[in-house]
Ligand binder design. Structure first.
Ligand SMILES: CC(C)(COP(=O)(O)OP(=O)(O)OC[C@H]1O[C@@H](n2cnc3c(N)ncnc32)[C@H](O)[C@@H]1OP(=O)(O)O)[C@@H](O)C(=O)NCCC(=O)NCCSC(=O)C[C@H](O)C(=O)O
Ligand SMILES: [Mg+2]
Length: 282
């Protein structure tokens, strides 16, 4: 899975314990579903949720939405059984919570053949982000900003200043190793303006998309993380202007008063590839 060929603008958590929500997701305009067995499911509902989720995935109907299952940690009484029950049901990847190091990815890799995503939500995960991203089975990072805030003991701020070091470190590691990076959730799910502002911040930092907790959040994430029409038009003009300059024996073009070099053309091509991937998802 690659954000240039498959979009990850919106990744919706769905509690494995909620059959109505599991069914509703089959019709939602979301890029990826994070089927959750961890924090959205209470301990006394874990075993039943596992069976409910396995049945829903086996039944299918989720179309081209990426299907990722968040299991319980392997140190819990449920983790290993979650893997055994869900690794062959149609999930495309498993998401491991509370990862501290690449050794945690090794432990899950030994239990299944699926690609692995890591919740980046402990202080150790941030300091070990590079080795986690470098793991050959690692495909995606998900920022766990609620757990990170709990561990840091920081205040919740609209500018997310206390989160910046962690968010930017995981992004650097993700980009160093070609890993998908999804931003954390916005808890006030009825506050559209706040969600839009946080999506825009995550997009500007470089995230591929945002994790969500409610269907009402999907449209905003899809819009913010898609290239805007003006960006697409600019990308086309940059590519054309650079090709013209090259034909004239020059290595640099100028568009709208700004230089365009080969590296800008690469970015412009990625913008067009992302737009095409979104259009292809339908
Ligand atoms: C937040 C909610 C508890 C709100 O639920 P509810 O009050 O039932 O919402 P609505 O009545 O507005 O629901 C309207 C319809 O939408 C469906 N629905 C609701 N949520 C979802 C969903 N997530 N996916 C699919 N469908 C959903 C309802 O079934 C209603 O459908 P209908 O009956 O047809 O009208 C609830 O949204 C919820 O449980 N959200 C998920 C919470 C969750 O997953 N939390 C864990 C992940 S967050 C996290 O752990 C982050 C990380 O680890 C960190 O550390 O930061
Ligand atoms: Mg968490």
């Amino acid at each position: 899975m690659d954000p240039l060929t498959r979009p990850y603008r919106s990744l919706l958590y769905i509690p494995g314990s909620k059959p109505r929500a599991l069914d509703k997701a089959r019709g939602l305009d979301v890029d990826a579903i994070l089927f959750d067995l961890e924090d959205a499911v209470s301990p006394d509902a874990k075993v039943e949720a596992r069976a409910t989720l396995a049945a829903a995935l086996t039944e299918g109907g989720y179309g081209n939405r990426a299907r990722i299952v968040r299991i319980n940690g392997l140190a819990t009484e449920w983790g290993a059984d979650d893997v055994a029950a869900l690794k062959d049901c149609g999930a495309e990847a498993l998401l491991l919570p509370k990862v501290d190091s690449a050794a945690d990815i090794d432990a899950l890799a030994a239990l299944c053949d699926l690609p692995i995503w890591a919740m980046m939500e402990t202080p150790l995960s941030i300091f070990n982000a590079l080795e986690i991203a470098a793991h050959p089975r690692l495909e995606g990072f998900v920022a766990g900003t609620n757990d990170l805030a709990k561990e840091l003991g920081c205040r919740s701020r609209s500018d997310r200043l206390p989160m910046q070091m962690a968010l930017q470190t995981m992004l650097m590691a993700a980009r160093a190793h070609g890993v998908i990076a999804a931003d954390g959730v916005y808890n006030q799910f009825k506050d559209e303006d706040g969600l839009r502002a946080e999506c825009e911040q995550g997009r500007d930092l470089g995230f591929d998309g945002k994790t969500l907790i409610h269907p009402a959040q999907i449209a905003i994430a899809n819009a913010v993380f898609a290239p805007a029409q003006a960006e697409i038009a600019l990308a086309r003009r940059q590519i054309a202007a650079f090709a013209e300059s090259q034909a004239a024996g020059q290595g640099v073009a100028v568009v709208d008063g700004k230089i365009v070099e080969n590296l800008h053309v690469e970015t412009a091509k990625k913008t067009l590839a992302r737009a095409e991937a979104i259009a292809a998802r339908g």
